[in-house]
Design a protein around this ligand. Structure first.
Ligand code: C2E
Ligand code: MG
Ligand code: MG
Ligand code: MG
Length: 290
C-alpha cells in the first residue's frame, strides 16, 4: 500500500494544494511576525447572569490585527498556530494581557471582573513551568486566583497522555476556575465532569441554535442543565441570539448566557464604555460577582 501511495503521490499533489502549502507557509511567517510585534488584540464578550440580567464576567477572544488584512478571526489562524506550536507564545500573551487588563480595570473602575481565556490542548501538552509563571504574575499584580478562568475543550479530558488530571488538579489547588467549552460537541461523559471537578459547563451554540427548530435540541439543553446542576456545575449557554432562546434557557434553569442578543465581542474601549463606566446607566457590574 505504501508503494502504491508513493507511485500515486504525484497525482494527489494538485496545483491547488501547492497554492495551499504556499499560503500556509506565508501564514506561518506572518504569525511569527505578529507574535514578535504584538499584533494581537483581545475582544471582550460579556457573560450575563440570567436571573438579574447583569454582566457576570467576560470571555476574552483573540483577534489578529494584521497590517494588510485587517482583523483576522481566530478560526483562520488558531489551528495553524496549534500545528506549529506557536499557540504557546500566543496563549501566554493572552494570559498576560488578560491579567494586566483585569488589574487595570480594578484600578480604574474598582471592580475585579473575571476574565475567561481559551486555552488550547497544545498548551497543556507543552506546558512546562508556565502555570507557575502564571500564578507568579497573578500574585505580582495582586489579583485573586478568581481573576482568570480557563476554558478548555472536551478533547483535552480524553487525552491521558499529557498529565491533564494532575494539571487540572493544580488549577483547583490554586483556586483557578475551569470552564468546559463547546459542551456536547465532543465525547466527554458524566464521569469526566465529576472527575475533573469543572466549575462551568458551556452549552455549545449548535444546541442553542436548535432550540427553536428541534425538539431533541430542547430535550438536550434541559438534560444538560439538570445533569450539570446535580454535579454542582454552573451552566453557561453560548450563542444566544434570540429572546426565545434566552427565555427558554432561563426557564430551564440555565445560570448564565452569552451571545449576540446581549453583546458581540467588544473592543476594550467599547466594552469599558458599555459595561464599566460608572456613569453609564446600563452598567450592571456588581462587586464580587464570581
Ligand atoms: P469559543 O471559545 O467557543 O468562543 C465563542 C465564539 O462564538 C466566538 O467566536 C464568539 O465571537 C462567537 N459568538 C459569541 N456569541 C455568538 C452568537 O450569538 N452567535 C454566533 N454565531 N457566534 C457567537 P470567535 O471569537 O471567532 O472565536 C472562535 C473560537 O476561536 C473560540 O470559540 C475559541 O475556540 C477560539 N479562540 C478564540 N480566542 C482564543 C484564544 O485566545 N486562544 C485560543 N486557544 N483559542 C481562541
Ligand atoms: Mg471559549
Ligand atoms: Mg464555545
Ligand atoms: Mg469553539
Amino acid at each position: 500500500a505504501a508503494k502504491e501511495q508513493g507511485r500515486n503521490r504525484f497525482h494527489y499533489f494538485t496545483p491547488s494544494m501547492q497554492e495551499f502549502a504556499r499560503y500556509r507557509m506565508a501564514l506561518i511567517k506572518d504569525l511569527r511576525h505578529a507574535i514578535s510585534h504584538k499584533e494581537f488584540e483581545l475582544y471582550y464578550q460579556p457573560i450575563i447572569d440570567m436571573n438579574s440580567g447583569d454582566i457576570y464576567k467576560v470571555e476574552a477572544l483573540i483577534r489578529w490585527n494584521h497590517a494588510s488584512r485587517g482583523m483576522v478571526s481566530p478560526s483562520e489562524f488558531i489551528s495553524v498556530a496549534e500545528e506549529t506550536g506557536l499557540i504557546n507564545d500566543i496563549g501566554n500573551w493572552v494570559f498576560e494581557k488578560a491579567a494586566h487588563q483585569s488589574a487595570e480595570w480594578r484600578k480604574q473602575f474598582g471592580t475585579e471582573i473575571q476574565i475567561s481565556i481559551n486555552k488550547s490542548p497544545v498548551q497543556f501538552r507543552d506546558d512546562g513551568d508556565t502555570f507557575s509563571d502564571w500564578l507568579t504574575l497573578l500574585q505580582h499584580l495582586e489579583l485573586s486566583s478568581n481573576a482568570i478562568c480557563v476554558e478548555i475543550t472536551e478533547g483535552l479530558l480524553l487525552d491521558a497522555s499529557m498529565g491533564v488530571t494532575e494539571k487540572l488538579l493544580a488549577y483547583r489547588d490554586a483556586g483557578i476556575q475551569v470552564s468546559l467549552d463547546d459542551f456536547g460537541t465532543g465525547y466527554s461523559s458524566l464521569a469526566y465532569l465529576k472527575k475533573f471537578d469543572i466549575d462551568y459547563l458551556k452549552i455549545d451554540q449548535s444546541f442553542t441554535r436548535n432550540l427553536e427548530t428541534d425538539t431533541d435540541g430542547v430535550a438536550l439543553c434541559e438534560a444538560i442543565i439538570v445533569m450539570a446542576h446535580k454535579l454542582g456545575i454552573k451552566v453557561i449557554a453560548e450563542g444566544v441570539e434570540t429572546e426565545f432562546q434566552r427565555d427558554f434557557l432561563a426557564k430551564a434553569g440555565c445560570d448564565y448566557a452569552q451571545g449576540y442578543l446581549f453583546a458581540r465581542p467588544l473592543q476594550q474601549a467599547e466594552f469599558e464604555q458599555a459595561y464599566l463606566n460608572p456613569r453609564s446607566s446600563s452598567s450592571g457590574l456588581i462587586e464580587g460577582t464570581h
